[in-house]
Design a protein around this ligand. Structure first.
Ligand code: GCB
Length: 611
């Protein structure tokens, strides 16, 4: 499949030695020196299935279009593009106030799935490849102050082998296609501008990146990078404590001490406001963000928050909402957190890709512990070495961006670099590929090693099958395993599944001793309203009994530090013979967030026993 190459064409040439490309993906909070405005609402939209738009100059104005909401997935909005993941164009017009002249002006896209090219007034200003994480484009020199600016975004989401998530080449996969659209992962390949597009202004010399590390005594270490190779002083303050950090050539480090800190935890998610002010001596820039004082560590087979063992009750989720698709829906996110609180959950995993800034900020505020996962899903180590290598480079880039964006969130307690990597091709589940295990070991050693270097303060994991391979699972600090006995095997036999589960857990322990274990997935599909006595597959009773059984068994093993039923809510996936209504029905809530029997069961278990 032909695809256009990514390009990054900065509108403003970097001034050698003074200005550097924005490395930080910090959320662009407003302050007395900064503004942030959402360029949302209804945009113009046109599909480009034959990729003729660039040749025809669609960046100079869309001749034909229909109207589309931003953010949202186009697949949930228009029937004719329900399964379309190719190229499409978005266009909107914006005015920029003259009073902002002299400021640095950037566009920050929260997530465009999958590749984006951006024009302002017909001029290429930048682009990005990879969904789920933000990118920033400097448009200072491209903005017009005397009339509307035309903003054009080309979005393209071809399902390709080397992308993340990866889709196997159709030649190999077509023989056994069971999913339409063709994906090997079990969620719908939603497409569009999925998160807010922000127009942000800030002073030319401004805070570009901050890294905060806290200790239990209240010491807050702060690394600051500025947008230019500036030398001067940064005043930092939080929790009534202040300090001055010397910035030399755009970088500086220092610390402050918060006396008697109120530690961040699910029970008391206390946040302090950190302010970083660049002064010359007049105020140049102020950046403010919320921080939590807390530590996380793995000690033997325990997971520690603030030095005390913690148990994760929660879910694997999806960013998947009726009508919005994967598009940001703040009301639904707040509702989801409310429902998780109602159940007594204290955590979730961002399966199977990084979630929105907005979700992460709410998790900080509401005290959810987050396993922050990359989009490394469907990694197959039977693929050609060149493909595997391309994926490694891509995933490492993603981890750099993910850590850059999320490193200061107290909610993030564990990085997950992948979900269920495979040794075998998807269409030949019984064929072992020689060298696949070793290829995976090299791959994960590299990705996990890099992640530990990027963030030495948090443990790292990869989420695998309980059957391994062990060589991969044991590379992480925590063993995360997904288990489906009683559903995909031992079909309909909960009694046997219980015995198998006990055996499997003992086995994991024997094979990979001394590490904490989280069961990151288990569950059964239940079509809401389907009932059976005795419990049978697809009924609410079967799902409820299965989830209760897994939780009861897991409780008896002290080295299990978390159980995450799969999934929080039903979610869209490709059409297949196993997915009724193109939905995965393993949600304990329906897609429109009505509780199934299992939700009430979880509430009883989690509210009373706490595990
Ligand atoms: C898994 C995957 C998840 C699927 C789930 C299922 O192991 O990690 O993405 O949705 O199984 O329901 O089959």
């Amino acid at each position: 499949v032909a695809t256009s190459l990514p390009f990054v064409a900065p509108a403003r040439a970097a001034q050698p030695g003074t200005r550097r490309a924005s490395g930080g993906l910090l959320y662009p909070h407003e302050s007395v020196t900064r503004t942030t405005r959402e360029i949302g609402g209804v945009w113009r939209f046109r599909t480009d299935p034959s990729d003729i738009g660039e040749r025809e100059g669609w960046e100079n104005g869309l001749a034909q279009f229909r109207l589309i909401p931003v953010p949202a997935s186009w697949n949930e909005i228009f029937d004719d593009v329900r399964n379309y993941t190719g190229t499409a164009w978005y266009e909107t017009y914006l005015n920029v106030a003259r009073s902002l002249k002299g400021q640095r002006i950037v566009l920050r896209f929260g997530s465009v799935q999958y590749a984006a090219k951006v024009w302002l007034n017909g001029k290429a200003v930048g682009g990005h490849v990879g969904g789920h994480l933000p990118f920033v484009i400097d448009i200072t020199d491209a903005v017009l102050f005397d009339g509307p600016n035309r903003l054009t975004v080309q979005v393209e989401n071809k399902l390709l082998l080397e992308r993340s998530p990866a889709v196997p080449d159709t030649g190999r996969f077509a023989m056994t296609v069971t999913h339409y659209p063709q994906t090997t992962y079990d969620f719908f390949p939603f497409t569009g501008i999925h998160r807010p597009v922000l127009l942000c202004t800030m002073p030319e010399v401004c805070v570009d990146d901050i890294t905060v590390v806290t200790t239990l005594s209240g010491r807050v270490t702060i690394d600051v990078a500025t947008s230019t190779t500036w030398t001067g002083k940064a005043k930092v303050s939080a929790g009534g404590s202040t300090a001055t950090i010397a910035i030399r050539d755009g970088r500086g480090s220092g610390s402050l001490s918060i006396a008697n800190p109120r530690l961040w935890s699910p029970e008391d998610p206390h946040l302090y406001t950190l302010s970083v002010r660049l002064e010359d001596p007049a105020l140049l820039d102020e950046y403010r963000m919320k921080i939590g004082v807390r530590t996380v560590a793995v000690d033997g087979d325990r997971l520690l928050l603030n030095g005390k063992p913690v148990f994760l009750r929660g879910f694997g989720k999806h960013e998947d909402f009726p009508v919005h698709g994967r598009g940001l829906d703040v009301a639904s996110i707040v509702r989801d957190f409310e429902l998780m609180k109602w159940l007594g959950a204290n955590s979730f995993r961002t399966s199977h890709y990084p979630y929105s800034d907005e979700a992460m900020m709410l998790a900080d505020e509401l005290g959810f512990l987050v396993i922050d996962e990359s989009s490394g899903v469907s990694l197959v180590f039977a693929d050609p070495p060149a493909t595997i290598e391309a994926r490694r480079l891509r995933l490492e880039d993603e981890m750099r961006a993910l850590v850059s964006r999320d490193k200061n969130h107290p909610c993030v307690i564990l990085w997950s670099v992948a979900n269920e990597p495979q040794t075998k091709p998807f269409n030949t589940h019984n064929v072992e590929t020689p060298g696949a295990v070793e290829a995976g070991v090299r791959f994960f050693k590299s990705v996990i090693g890099l992640t530990r270097t990027l963030d030495p303060t948090r443990p790292v994991t990869l989420v695998g099958h309980d059957y391994g391979p062990d060589e991969w699972l044991e590379l992480g600090d925590v063993i995360c395993a997904n288990k489906y006995g009683g559903w995909y095997y031992l079909v309909g036999q909960l009694d046997k599944a219980r015995g198998a589960l006990v055996g499997a857990i003992n086995d994991i322990r024997k094979r990979m001793p001394g590490k904490p274990v989280i069961i990151t997935e288990f569950g059964a599909d239940a079509v809401a309203g389907m009932h059976a006595q005795p419990a049978e597959m697809w009924s609410e009773e079967y799902q409820s009994e299965m989830i209760e059984m897994y939780i009861e068994v897991a409780k008896t093993f002290p080295f299990i530090v978390g159980t995450h039923p799969w999934a929080f809510a039903d979610f869209r996936t490709s059409q297949s013979v196993t997915r009724v209504g193109a939905l995965n029905h393993k949600g304990v809530f329906t897609r429109d967030r009505r509780p199934k029997l299992a939700a009430h069961t979880l509430r009883r278990l989690w509210k009373t026993a706490g595990r």
